[in-house]
Design a protein around this ligand. Structure first.
Ligand code: Z5A
Length: 211
C-alpha cells in the first residue's frame, strides 16, 4: 500500500524540527515505517544545494536563482527519496516542502505566484502532501526562540534567518492564506502553546486519520 506524505511548515522557531521527531515516534509506535527528511535538502545533491541557499555570504543571490535552486533540490528529493519511499509503503515526513516556496519566495520575496505554480506543475505534476501541519506563532516569539537557541548552541544564523520581522510577517500571512484556501490538507497549530499542548493537538490530528 502507498505510504502517506506529511509536511511541516511555518515561520522560524515554530517547533517543526522539535515535533518532527515526536511525529516519527508516534507513527513508529503504530507500527508504521517512517522516513524523515527536510527541504531544502534530503538527498546528497539537495544538501549541497541547501549549503548554497543558506550561505549568508551569497547576499547577491537573485530571487529567480533562489526559486530555481529550491525546485532543483526538490526535483531530486521527490525522485530519489520521497516517491520510492511512498511506493514502498513508508510514510514520509518532511521538514518543509513546496508551501515554503509559496510563503518565502512568493509571499516574502514577491516572486509571481503564477510562475511558482508553473514550476511546481512541471516538477511535481500534481504530486502534493497528504497532510501539512503549519506551526503558527507570532513572528516576534519565533525569532526570540531562534535567538535563544543560537545563544545556547553557538549556532550562527543563515541567509534566511538574517531577514527582518516584516519579511517573516509576509511568510506567516501566506501560510495562513494557503491553509484557509484548502482547509482539508492543512492543520494549523497554535505553536505559541507549550510543547505538550502542541503535541496533544498533533496527536489528535493524527488519530483522526489523514484526509
Ligand atoms: N526555504 C525557502 O525559502 N523556500 C523553500 O521552498 C524551502 C525553504 C523548502 C531553512 O529552513 C530555510 O529555507 C528556511 C526557509 C527556507 N528559513 N528560514 N527561516 P529550516 O527549516 O532548516 O530552518 P528554519 O525554518 O529556520 O527552522 P528553525 O528555525 O529551526 O525552526 P523550527 O524547526 O520550526 O524550530 P525548532 O528548532 O523546532 O524550535 C526552535 C526553538 O524553540 C528550539 O529551541 C525549541 O526547543 C523551542 N521550542 C519549540 N517548540 C516550543 C514550544 N512549544 N514552546 C517553547 N519552546 C519551543
Amino acid at each position: 500500500m502507498q505510504g502517506q506524505f506529511i509536511t511541516l511548515e511555518g515561520t522560524e522557531g515554530g517547533g517543526k524540527s522539535t515535533n518532527l521527531r515526536f511525529i516519527e515516534s508516534f507513527l513508529v509506535a503504530q507500527g508504521i515505517d517512517v522516513v524523515i527528511t527536510r527541504e531544502p535538502g534530503g538527498t546528497d545533491i539537495g544538501e549541497a544545494v541547501r549549503a548554497i541557499l543558506l550561505n549568508k555570504d551569497f547576499s547577491e543571490m537573485c530571487d529567480d536563482a533562489e526559486l530555481l535552486l529550491m525546485f532543483a533540490a526538490r526535483a531530486q528529493h521527490i525522485q530519489e527519496k520521497i516517491k520510492p519511499a511512498l511506493a514502498a509503503g513508508k510514510w514520509v515526513i518532511s521538514d518543509r516542502f513546496t508551501d515554503a516556496t509559496y510563503a518565502y519566495q512568493g509571499g516574502a520575496r514577491g516572486v509571481d505566484i503564477e510562475r511558482i505554480a508553473q514550476i511546481e506543475q512541471w516538477v511535481q505534476q500534481g504530486f502534493q502532501p497528504n497532510l501539512t501541519f503549519i506551526f503558527d506563532l507570532p513572528v516576534k516569539e519565533g525569532m526570540a526562540r531562534v535567538l535563544s537557541r543560537s545563544q545556547q548552541t553557538g549556532q550562527t544564523i543563515d541567509r534566511f534567518e538574517q531577514e527582518k520581522q516584516a519579511f517573516f510577517e509576509k511568510v506567516r500571512t501566506t501560510y495562513l492564506e494557503r491553509a484557509k484556501a484548502s482547509p482539508k490538507r492543512y492543520e494549523v497549530l497554535d505553536a505559541s502553546q507549550s510543547l505538550a499542548q502542541v503535541q496533544q493537538c498533533i496527536q489528535a490530528r493524527l488519530r483522526r486519520g489523514l484526509p
